[in-house]
Design a protein around this ligand. Structure first.
Ligand SMILES: [Zn+2]
Length: 368
């Protein structure tokens, strides 16, 4: 019942906004009311909602790579800037019913040499910590790490967590064309496991989309709508099949965009090894410890998947305990991540509260 009321309330708010655009002065009052902080309730209880997929930028660090936020033609919106745009961000969070954002930065520094990468990450993580400290009840952040230098990345993660209070690491789905399951990255995975922190994997725009450039051109931004989830699908599959998840069983991984296509067609990962066992010898140090699809149930996924049926399906594959809220802010993919949880069929109140924020709060050390 609460679920239905919450959902209808949002719809009414959206309609009020449309009326206001139509210059109806009488509609001005409901439009203003909509700007108030939306408090999400489940089963009569206030739930602290957490968005694990929220982008930001530190221009001072970008400058070390010759990048700016305002370059003409750039896909980087000024809203990414925390120092100048935090109030607009909080306004959007209030409107969407997001209490806490876990900030991350998509890696653009993977080609930087060791010296530049050291300087850039230090500055960037300091600024991320400052942004969180300015609004400690609204923001936490993932550390940025120079994964192209795996031993340095391990140090940066430790420093990010212990010195700057960051809550995990945000990494790409590949590193300059190399798979994140490559043994060269083991020092990073070992550190993440040892610290017990969440690793958020976001596809690189320069990942598989680059290899498939010719196939993904034309209408429909296929380089993004197919390229990005495909990058995540490939990255997670390698972590499974190359034995990374066996080697570091304590890893906590959260994949962007609902894990890409992998949870939608999980059965094929098991069936391939069943039908063609000679193509699935497992990693060098022995066969996989579990069926490929079993590993899906130990990772976490944001809910940037847009429909209640997609939510129902991913929950059937991996369990409600593995799903968290994501918005992709400030990219306008969705403003209804909370509503999507509310409208997902078959969830208990406890499940719904966990998906909305309880699970992410535990993973990220956020007080509820
Ligand atoms: Zn994103």
């Amino acid at each position: 019942m609460n679920t239905r009321r919450e959902f209808l309330g949002t719809t009414a708010g959206a309609l009020a906004g449309i009326a206001f655009v139509g210059c109806d002065l009488l509609a001005a009052a409901p439009a203003r009311a909509q700007a108030r902080r939306r408090e999400v309730m489940v089963g009569g209880r206030r739930v602290k909602t957490v968005d694990v997929h929220a982008h930001c930028a530190v221009p001072e660090a970008m400058a070390l790579m010759g990048m700016t936020l305002s370059t003409p033609g750039s896909t980087l919106p000024p809203l990414l800037h925390m120092a100048t745009q935090a109030s607009e961000r909080i306004r959007a969070m209030d409107e969407q019913g997001i209490d806490v954002e876990a900030l991350s930065i998509n890696p653009y520094w993977y080609k930087a040499d060791r010296d530049v990468a050291s300087q850039l990450i230090k500055l960037q993580n300091e600024k991320l910590a400052e942004a969180c400290a300015a609004h400690p009840d609204r923001f936490v952040a993932f550390a940025t790490v120079a994964l192209q230098h795996p031993d340095l990345a391990a140090q940066q993660l430790e420093e990010g967590v212990k010195k700057y209070g960051l809550r995990g690491a945000g990494i790409g789905g590949s590193v300059n064309g190399e798979e994140i399951s490559d043994p060269k990255f083991h020092p990073f995975w070992a550190k993440a496991e040892q610290l017990g922190v969440l690793v958020f994997i976001h596809p690189q725009g320069t990942g598989v989309a680059v290899d498939l450039q010719n196939r993904l051109k034309g209408n429909g931004l296929l380089d993004n709508v197919i390229g990005n989830p495909l990058e995540t699908t490939v990255a997670l599959s390698h972590l499974i099949f190359e034995g990374t998840l066996d080697r570091f069983p304590g890893l906590k991984i959260c994949a962007a965009h609902g894990g890409g296509f992998l949870p939608s067609y999980a059965g094929r990962s098991d069936q391939g090894c069943h039908v063609f066992p000679d193509r699935c010898p497992g990693p060098k140090d022995g066969a996989l410890k579990k069926k490929p699809t079993e590993y899906l149930k130990q990772m976490y996924y944001d809910n940037i998947i847009f429909s209640p049926e997609a939510m129902r399906h991913i929950i059937a594959e991996v369990g409600a305990s593995q799903i968290v809220v994501g918005t992709d802010y400030p990219y306008p993919w969705t403003k209804t991540a909370v509503d999507l949880v509310m409208s997902t069929p078959g969830l208990s109140d406890a499940d719904r509260a966990a998906v909305l924020g309880g699970t992410a709060a535990k993973l990220l050390g956020i007080k509820t």
